[in-house]
Write a protein that binds this ligand. Structure first.
Ligand code: NAP
Length: 284
């Protein structure tokens, strides 16, 4: 990969940029402005979700930009409270309407279950996945994937359905790299995406990252993003200022050595959000 416009090929042949822009709270309080800035900074892949309540802002910013829809990669997610056939269909139509588009490049199941102790999640996930398969066949989404699915959740799809998810979007950053899920996915051609690739700033001052950022002459944020890229993981960093947006795509002028990749990959746990699909949220 040599720039954020370089792409991976998903398991159905669709091309996906190797870095996307995370939009959670990116539009909060300033409407479409944050997204307009990201478009100006060159981002073309936007990761949103019904839950973020910013799809309208993204739709507005895209229309105002005049950029051809085909140049954009728009991804959204069905929220855990809307799983099941009816909820997914309804949520999908809402997302399209708000984004002012007639198709999505990628559509994800946000979480595998409504909450950690929900018993009948397998049934709900399979029903939702069936809708995803239909949406693909109807040409309304170019690819379907999941988010926050661990191998035990992915196995339910593998055992009961034809279509393999194109991506799995999980929390991934130095200090929390979920190796078992990453290797499960990468062995099966499922592209891993990193949410909170900067650990939402919680890891940026870690001593190892500070040391390595000095060594490579980059910021700790750039180091985190480059780390994901070198792992074949798609980072989705969110930033508010034009400068940070630019900085976060400027990660192709250096390479982290093999030794340093191992050092980052084996550093002690750090910066975990406290979210896990099978357990109650841990508050720090
Ligand atoms: N699938 C899921 O369940 C899930 C969960 C969480 C997030 N996500 C997705 O992943 C995206 C990214 O995750 P995130 O927003 O939680 O966290 P993140 O991207 O890891 O971190 C964002 C934070 O880092 C700061 N930042 C950005 N660039 C920086 C830089 N160069 N130097 C220093 N600080 C910098 C931002 O500050 P400023 O904004 O002030 O610039 C913001 O506070 C989300 O926006 C969303 O699209 C998905």
């Amino acid at each position: 990969m040599e720039s954020m416009y370089d792409c991976y090929k998903l398991n159905n042949g669709v091309r996906i940029p190797c870095i996307g822009f995370g939009t959670y709270k990116a539009a909060a309080g300033n409407g479409a402005e944050g997204i307009e800035t990201a478009l100006r900074a060159g981002y073309r892949y936007f990761d949103t979700a019904a839950f973020y309540q910013n799809e309208e802002d993204i739709g507005r910013a895209v229309i105002r930009s005049g950029i051809d829809r085909k140049e954009l990669f728009l991804s959204s997610k069905v929220w855990s409270g809307d799983l099941g056939e009816e909820g997914t269909r309804r949520s999908f139509e809402n997302s399209l309407e708000k984004l002012q588009t007639d198709y999505l490049d990628l559509y994800l199941i946000h979480w595998p279950c409504p909450n950690h102790d929900y018993k009948d999640w397998k049934h709900l996930v399979l029903e939702t996945w069936k809708v995803m398969e239909e949406l693909c066949r109807e040409g309304r989404i170019r690819a379907a994937g999941v988010s926050n699915f661990l191998p035990q959740h992915l196995e339910v799809l593998a055992e009961n359905s034809e279509m393999v998810p194109a991506v799995d979007q999980i929390e991934f950053h130095p200090g929390h790299t979920q190796e078992m899920t990453v290797s499960y996915c990468q062995e099966r051609g499922i592209i891993v995406q990193a949410w909170s690739p900067l650990g939402r700033k919680r890891v940026l001052e870690h001593e190892l990252l500070t040391e390595l950022s000095e060594k490579y002459g980059v910021s700790p944020a750039q180091l985190c993003i480059r780390y994901a890229v070198q792992r074949g993981v798609i980072p989705l960093p969110k930033a508010s200022s034009y400068d940070r947006m630019k900085q976060n795509q400027d990660v192709f002028g250096f390479e982290i050595s093999r030794e340093d990749m191992y050092r980052i990959g084996t550093m002690p746990p750090a910066g975990w959000s406290g979210e896990h699909p099978d357990f109650a949220r841990v508050r720090f």
